[in-house]
Design a protein around this ligand. Sequence first.
Ligand SMILES: CC(C)(COP(=O)(O)OP(=O)(O)OC[C@H]1O[C@@H](n2cnc3c(N)ncnc32)[C@H](O)[C@@H]1OP(=O)(O)O)[C@@H](O)C(=O)NCCC(=O)NCCS
Length: 199
Amino acid sequence: MPRIIKSIEEKYLTSSLELVEKVFAESCGEEEGKTVRRLVEEIRAKKYYLPELELVAVDEKDEVIGYAMFSRFHIEGKYENELLILTPVAVKTELQRRHISKDLLEHGFEKAKEMGYKVVMVEGEPKNFAPRGFKIAFRFTNINILSPNSPKKCLMVKELESGALKKMSGSVDYSFYEALKEWRIFTICSSIFPITIID
Ligand SMILES: CC(C)(COP(=O)(O)OP(=O)(O)OC[C@H]1O[C@@H](n2cnc3c(N)ncnc32)[C@H](O)[C@@H]1OP(=O)(O)O)[C@@H](O)C(=O)NCCC(=O)NCCS
């Protein structure tokens, strides 16, 4: 399946929101679809947004089939210029398991490295992100999660610069984003798809 990965452009702003909402509605329920759409709108409007790292995968008809948002983040007010959060990631339901998210993420890692970022954090099902080099944070680092809605094994981290994680510690608090406060996705998804821990 041919695809091109690129940074967001104005012509994709609405279709990417629609894709994200639809994919999450299909995998986790209508409410979660709406929450994730609001999250993207909120990230776009707030100070940690990096348009170069808001990525779309488009097909040969220039339709958006995949999406990944990397934006700046902090832990207890630290690491704003080193740390990225990867959320959300979505691939058109019928086209999943064809390495579209792999291509999006690898493109993002390269671009983020060039821009000087050192660590990427993601909250997701370990089996989707372990193959991209993410490790479960609480097992391997001094970073943990504050949100009561998030199983702690779902917070994962990846170094873009060797050794960068050794210098980071603290509790991740999502309250900077209204939409993330109501982020129940992994509680819901993990009850549908049992979470597998991969070391
Ligand atoms: C999660 C999601 C983005 C993955 O996108 P995708 O394009 O289907 O993913 P890929 O084809 O690149 O596969 C990613 C990896 O997950 C692993 N994987 C995928 N499905 C798996 C399964 N059913 N069992 C075991 N491993 C699986 C594979 O190991 C694969 O990597 P590898 O083939 O290099 O080993 C996509 O399924 C999606 O949009 N899901 C709904 C929204 C969501 O949950 N987003 C993530 C949280 S923000």
